[in-house]
Design a protein around this ligand. Structure first.
Ligand code: AMP
Ligand code: ZN
Length: 443
């Protein structure tokens, strides 16, 4: 038997690393290795977090649509992420235990379940792998050992740090001036006076000092006068470097995350991975902008965040939120208001009705519209503009059945629920079934 690989269409991506749009060239012809930094599973993710997940879903579906075989990995952070993104503050998982009781594993299980229910509701495709940081501690320790041996890391009594002065162009991703902007460090030197440079970041925290009562810890080969058996836990950044290497390889095609990760988390991932592997960590760095409320980032700590359940409680179909996210480009901020969501609801309902009116017969995908579509999505994933093409198709004079075929074809990326009502038997919700049963019982 012969296999012919599908030719891939062109796509250009805005690469944070080079600060320009570049034609995408995969490492291996026709394949994309894609990693997205996933959630810290200590709380219900708000719809700002979920925006990031819907956006990566559009990217992944776009790459598949254009003919690439995508391997997509999104991790779960279940240890080592402190309340700041640097080395300051307490462990987020422990904070959750204080709040709710139980243990970190139970907390992680609970919030992973909620998150996966939300992503399913939003029609986000399942990743090929969903590694948890705690499953990779052995590999992390191995890597930290190598970084020590290579001279990139040093230990104090409280932690093992990556020495950023040894990194090859530490600030290349952010272009930040570390003297002016110490966001990677905060007042870290005050917390550990043995630290060499404020921006050095922890690869391993010993179960000592403010982490003396750490709930999650493992023995390690590292020495500290304050603990036995080198007990401690990994810093946040190293987990992504290790899971990427284990699951996707030393250099990947696309690395994605929120824009706030540029100066600290991703900068540190690059420093340690490149020190370990002597090759670039990722060829294309993509960063999504935030969902904002009242001018600021939607954030739990600001009390300005909503969960998907709250959206559902107000009567919105989760796919209305997906439709809402289609209205802004991933590199633009998007402002959330209930009015805007209501607007998306009307837009989505209207679109569904327009599609319904096309009847049930599916013709051929229209070549002109498809070419246009591929150009638009191939321009750094311009989903808002691609969505607008729907109205152009609907207004055009191509045959109804071809309109339908074309819309269904584009919907492989959009992931809206446009087909169901036409082709599946009338969907009856659990609630209606329950109501009917209750009525039966009452009789
Ligand atoms: P966290 O659990 O805070 O590490 O966030 C998980 C992911 O959600 C990260 O990739 C963040 O960049 C993203 N995220 C957090 N807040 C927002 C927001 N308001 N808008 C868009 N993405 C966000
Ligand atoms: Zn990461």
């Amino acid at each position: 038997m012969f296999f012919f690989s599908k030719p891939q269409k062109n796509i250009s991506l805005y690469n944070t690393l080079t600060r320009k749009k570049e034609d995408f060239k995969p490492i291996k012809n026709g394949e994309v290795k894609f990693y997205q930094c996933g959630p810290t599973v200590y709380w219900t993710q708000h719809i700002g977090n979920l925006r990031a997940m819907v956006l990566s879903d559009f990217m992944r579906r776009t790459l598949s649509y254009l003919g690439y075989k995508v391997t997509f990995v999104r991790n779960y952070t279940d240890v080592g992420h402190l309340t700041s993104d640097s080395d300051i503050g307490e462990d987020k998982m422990e904070k959750a235990v204080k709040r709710e009781g139980g243990n970190p594993k139970e907390i992680a299980d609970k919030y992973i379940k909620i998150f996966e229910n939300d992503t399913k509701n939003l029609n986000i495709l399942e990743p090929d792998s969903k590694p948890r940081a705690t499953e990779y501690v052995k590999d992390i320790i191995e890597a930290v050992k190598i970084l020590m041996e290579k001279g990139y890391a040093y230990s104090t009594d409280l932690a093992i740090y990556f020495d950023i002065s040894k990194a090859n162009d530490y600030t290349k991703l952010s272009g930040q001036n570390l003297e002016e902007n110490k966001s990677g460090a905060g007042n870290a030197n005050i917390e550990d006076s043995q630290k060499k440079n404020p921006a050095d970041f922890a690869l391993w925290f010993f179960k000592a000092g403010k982490h003396e009562k750490a709930l999650q810890y493992w023995p390690s080969p590292f020495d500290s006068l304050l603990v036995k058996n080198g007990e401690g836990f990994p810093g946040w950044h190293i987990e992504c470097s290790i899971m990427i290497k284990k699951l996707l390889g030393k250099t990947i095609d696309v690395h994605m995350g929120g824009i706030e990760h540029i100066p600290v988390h991703h900068t540190n991932e690059i420093a340690q991975s490149e020190a370990l592997n002597n090759v670039p960590l990722a060829n294309y760095w993509l960063h999504n902008e935030w969902l904002i409320v009242n001018g600021g980032k939607m954030a739990k700590s600001e009390g300005s965040s909503y969960s998907l359940s709250e959206i559902k409680e107000k009567g919105f179909n989760p796919l209305v939120l997906r439709y809402f996210f289609m209205q802004a480009h991933y590199r633009s901020k998007q402002n959330f208001t209930w009015e805007a969501l209501q607007g998306a609801n009307s837009g989505y309902e209207h679109l569904k009705n327009q599609v319904k009116e096309l009847g049930g017969k599916i013709g051929k995908v229209d070549k002109n519209f498809k070419d246009k579509f591929e150009k638009i999505i191939g321009d750094d994933f311009n989903i808002p503009q691609a969505l607008a093409l729907f109205q152009e198709i609907l207004k055009s004079d191509i045959p109804k059945e071809n309109k339908l075929a074309t819309i269904y074809d584009f919907n492989k990326i959009f992931g809206l629920d446009l087909k169901k009502e036409l082709h599946s038997p009338v969907a009856v919700s659990d609630e209606i079934i329950k109501l009917a049963e209750e009525r039966k019982l009452a009789r």
